[in-house]
Write a protein that binds this ligand. Structure first.
Ligand code: SAH
Length: 517
């Protein structure tokens, strides 16, 4: 009999920031055939799963449309028994107040193999992002993880929790699921002996761009929280360590904290582009509008590579072009020596960087990274020699047109640029809702494709409440032609320049808001 290879991995997703997933969790998501996830899981984590994976949401939002636990258990067993690799992605750590143990026990009783991948639990992840250290040499040498689910005031049963013991606990209390019973929890702790002056904080949506923190004392926290209108998911921290927050807060101070940004670049470029935004505290959603694909036929490229001796200059207008060209050289059994007689030009630093990865140095990078400037810079140096332009199978022809005025130019396609069929559903929904701050535009093709992928109502939000950040005046012009305002435009026409433009716009806005009475 064939061995059933079906297995369920209970994977901790961390508290929200997709960067807090473990490497093992990532590796498993990448090979998952079925992913059963909680509502807290970020769409960036689901992006890691293969395109063919079945994604099942086990809970929409707190209290609404949540799949009953029995149904989740059954679902896991059913898919595993069908021989599939199932990732059960759970918020935080699977075994900390997540009913992970019940799921594991059910799997065991059903004869299904399982493994557990721990995650960053809210008590350590959310607090760290809020600037509260759960332990401190001078302030706290113990931490208790507590569920606030059971009403401490319900005199009949004090739940399964000994609140008197918690009130005298010599360390930090971290209380999960306590926001709706906040007042009762704080009052109970004080009634049972904890000083009313004990510092306490509530952190809503910790590690996410909408993280909000309210701090106070056991006596006044509930009032302050009510004033600010905080709600679930939220974590309560009680203890002297809370007073360290003013000095140790960092996440909320990041330049793009709170900004929700859509990156429309093709897969392959989007990941590295997102990293810099995320390091500035932004939430990034990836929605490629164009895709980079291999050519359907390599005949022409191969023939051109066979005639390289005819050219003096080889010009690249993208990192994809560099990679496509050099990969093909390799496939043809040749190497960089085939380029020995050529001068190399790159449109900008990213393209020059791609050459660098093959240990090649660009002889020319224009000062400003546009086709027009590249043509202008090449003008005086080509000196009648033939120029080969390696590029996508479509796109602007400005460079060729300009160069033709001064040199003998030939262009050859090294990769294909195709349109995406649709935006990822999660991104499309958030554009419709307007729950985004920025969309980045890095080329005219991307801008046009984005426009055609959006519904009429989504289009009308773009350029208004959802702002556009553009890589260059050419891209901005395309956006304007489509009826969209551009709120930020890169001064230097690189991804870094675009990010700087967003940072600047956000900083200006923050200054203006804080200057208001
Ligand atoms: N297994 C999860 C906890 C599940 S219980 C873990 O290990 O973190 C759900 C509770 O966790 C929420 O009610 C809230 O108290 C806390 N929580 C989870 N994510 C949170 C977040 N991003 N911000 C604040 N609290 C969070």
């Amino acid at each position: 009999m064939a061995v059933n290879r079906g297995i369920v991995y209970l994977v901790g997703a961390g508290p929200g920031d997709p960067g807090l997933l473990t490497r093992r969790g990532e590796a498993l998501l990448k090979v998952a055939e079925v992913v059963v996830y909680d509502h807290l899981a970020s769409s960036r984590l689901l992006d890691l799963a293969p395109k063919t994976a079945l994604l099942i949401c086990a809970g929409k939002s707190i209290g609404h449309n949540t799949m009953p636990q029995g149904a989740i258990n059954e679902l896991l067993v059913e898919h595993a028994k069908a021989g599939r690799t199932v990732v059960r992605l759970k918020g935080g750590d699977p075994y900390v107040f997540g009913r992970g143990a019940e799921e594991a026990e059910y799997l065991r009783d059903s004869g299904v193999a399982f493994q557990v991948v721990p995650g960053v639990t809210a008590a350590v992840g959310v607090t760290a992002y809020a600037g509260v250290p759960v332990t401190h040499r001078d302030a706290s040498s113990a931490v208790a993880f507590v569920t606030g689910h059971n009403d401490p005031d319900a005199s009949a049963s004090h739940g399964r929790l000994d609140w008197a013991a918690l009130a005298s606990f010599p360390g930090t209390l971290v209380i999960y699921m306590g926001v709706t019973r906040l007042e009762s929890i704080c009052k109970t702790l004080v009634r049972l002996g904890k000083p009313a002056t004990t510092p306490a904080a509530l952190v809503e949506a910790g590690t996410l761009p909408r993280q909000r923190t309210v701090s106070g004392t056991l006596a006044d926290l509930h009032r302050r929280v009510a004033e600010e209108g905080l709600g679930p998911p939220a974590l309560l921290v009680v203890g002297d360590v809370v007073s360290r927050r003013p000095a140790l807060r960092w996440f909320e101070n990041l330049p793009l904290f709170g900004q929700r940004i859509v990156v429309t670049r093709p897969v392959g470029e989007a990941e590295s582009s997102s990293a810099i935004l995320e390091s500035y505290g932004a939430e990034v959603l990836i929605a490629p509008t164009v895709e980079i694909q291999p050519l359907e036929s390599y005949e022409e490229l191969d023939r051109t590579i066979g005639r390289l001796a005819e050219f003096r200059w080889l010009v690249f207008t993208s990192a994809n072009g560099v990679e496509g060209f050099l990969e093909r050289l390799n496939v043809l059994g040749r190497d960089v020596r085939a380029l020995g007689h050529l001068k190399l030009a790159a449109i900008g630093p990213a393209t020059a960087g791609a050459l660098g990865r093959f240990h090649l140095k660009a002889d020319l990078v224009p000062r400003s990274f546009r086709s027009e400037d590249l043509a202008e810079a090449l003008g005086p140096v080509v000196g009648g020699g033939r120029v080969l332009l390696a590029r996508a199978d479509r796109g602007r022809t400005v460079l060729k047109d300009e160069l033709e005025k001064i040199a003998d130019v030939e262009q050859v396609a090294v990769y294909r640029n195709t349109d995406a069929d649709a935006l990822p559903t999660a991104v499309a929904a958030r554009i419709e809702q307007g729950s985004l701050d920025w969309i980045t535009l890095t080329s005219s093709a991307i801008t046009e494709r984005l426009h055609s992928l959006l519904t009429e109502s989504a289009r009308s939000r773009v350029g208004r409440e959802i702002r556009l950040a553009s890589l260059s005046p050419v891209t901005s012009e395309t956006a304007r032609r489509l009826g969209w305002n551009v709120a930020a435009e890169a001064k230097v026409y690189t991804w870094g320049g675009l990010v700087d433009a967003i940072v600047e716009a956000v900083a200006t806005e923050r200054t203006n808001t804080s200057a208001q009475p």
